[in-house]
Design a protein around this ligand. Structure first.
Ligand SMILES: *Cc1c(COP(=O)(O)O)cnc(C)c1O
Length: 394
């Protein structure tokens, strides 16, 4: 079997759509074009029924009630609705949020906005393994804290935060707990009941669905969470997010969640084996760090620092063979060293030589072997060039 190059190892940035998802969504662009809010004819009922089924599948994947799912344009919008909506709706106007510095920009920039409009935000550090220290978290709580926002799994390192422990701390003090679970849902078991989550953001394009559709889970009972809408007009989605529903996107999101639920255990196992085999082979090069290698991590992702190489050159040289990322996709546009790795204590110089490889449903052993071969060759070349240069100087 021939390989399609470059091999895609950037599934944390986005996943390819599963062909079964595409097949499911296509009719909703054409013959099944109804508006799910049209109550007077068959076209509307057909769309509404399809949305209901999708909502059940999506809710099922996170252990929520279908009515607790609010559709959005993606995780970024869901994050904005959760944080701004909770801030604006806080009856006691407490105004203090606790989050962590390794959050996705969607959360960090929304928190900055809250600071700009008069709120206060504590950005907690993480330990060198990427995990938040629960004692530090507890100490940061003030009588004004109304929200704790900690991501489920990190997009760059795959580190999984102790979600249940954090939600217990929040619950004991009557503080809302929100998690950006965009990297976790569909990949590892996530359950809003057993995890004690009040709000949870996720997105279809990170779990083999299309771009432009996501959801916010908003708890209905114990406690009842109410949010101020960020988009007004028509009162769709329990008055929390107006606008005609993206029926094809939602149908696809539903199918994607249904498939994830079926495959979650077997895929976790298969991808864990692929990732571990990749790491084992790369480690044979020596002078390699697996970042957060001893913390709880997503099974399909790895974040690797290569000592004594030229990171810039490696991206360039490997580009026709492997699609992978240097720090997160969002920050690579600005060429800033990753703030996530900085928070874990890596030097700017090492971050320059640090890469994320994230495998997915369509990753194969053959692809992984090809990636190992290409990377090993480049690393060895860089190191022998360096040694050569060094000897010349002497
Ligand atoms: C991708 C991602 C987002 C943004 O999701 P969109 O649906 O693209 O807006 C937010 N948080 C995390 C952790 C992500 O990985």
């Amino acid at each position: 079997m021939s390989l399609n190059l470059p091999v895609y190892l950037d599934n944390n940035a986005t996943t390819p759509m599963d062909p079964k998802v595409l097949e499911e969504m296509l009719p909703y662009f054409s013959e099944k074009f109804g508006n799910a809010a049209s109550r007077t004819h068959a076209y509307g009922w057909e769309a509404e029924e399809a949305v209901d089924i999708a909502r059940e599948n999506i809710a099922g994947l996170i252990g929520s009630h279908p009515q607790e799912i609010v559709f959005t344009s993606g995780a970024t919008e869901a994050v904005n609705l959760a944080i701004k909506g909770a801030w604006q709706n806080d009856p006691e106007k407490k105004g203090h949020i606790i989050t962590i510095i390794t959050e996705h920009k969607a959360v960090l920039d929304t928190c900055k906005h809250i600071e700009n409009v008069g709120g206060s935000v504590t950005y907690l550090p993480v330990q060198s393994n990427g995990l938040v220290d629960l004692k530090v978290l507890e100490k940061a709580i003030t009588p004004d804290t109304f929200l704790i926002a900690v991501m489920y799994a990190n997009n760059e390192t795959g580190v999984i935060q102790p979600i249940k422990e954090i939600s217990d701390i929040a619950k004991a003090r009557g503080i809302l707990f929100f998690t950006d679970a965009t990297q976790a849902v569909g990949k590892i078991p996530v359950n809003v009941q057993t995890d004690g989550i009040d709000m949870l953001a996720f997105s279809a394009h990170k779990l083999y669905g299309p771009k432009g559709v996501g959801a916010l889970y908003v708890r209905k009972k114990n406690p009842t969470v109410t949010l101020t809408a960020q988009i007004d007009g028509g009162g769709h989605e329990r008055n929390m997010r107006s606008g005609t529903l993206n029926v094809p996107g939602i149908v696809a999101f539903g199918k994607a969640c249904e498939i994830c639920a079926e495959k979650i255990t077997s895929e976790n196992e298969r991808l864990g084996v692929l990732r571990d085999s990749f790491e084992k082979q790369i480690l044979e090069l020596d002078n390699i760090d697996i970042n957060a290698g001893h913390a709880p991590r997503l099974p399909h992702a790895t974040n690797i620092s290569f000592h004594d190489i030229d990171g810039e050159k490696m991206i360039f040289e490997a580009g026709s063979d492997i699609a992978f990322s240097r720090s997160s996709a969002c920050t690579s546009a600005t060429l800033e060293p990753s703030y996530v790795l900085k928070a874990m204590g890596l030097s700017n110089e090492l971050i320059h030589n640090t890469f994320r490889f994230s495998f997915g449903r369509f990753s194969t052993e053959q692809q992984v072997d090809h990636a190992v071969k290409v990377i090993s060759k480049i690393v060895k070349e860089h190191r022998s060039e360096r040694n050569y240069g060094h000897h010349k100087v002497i």
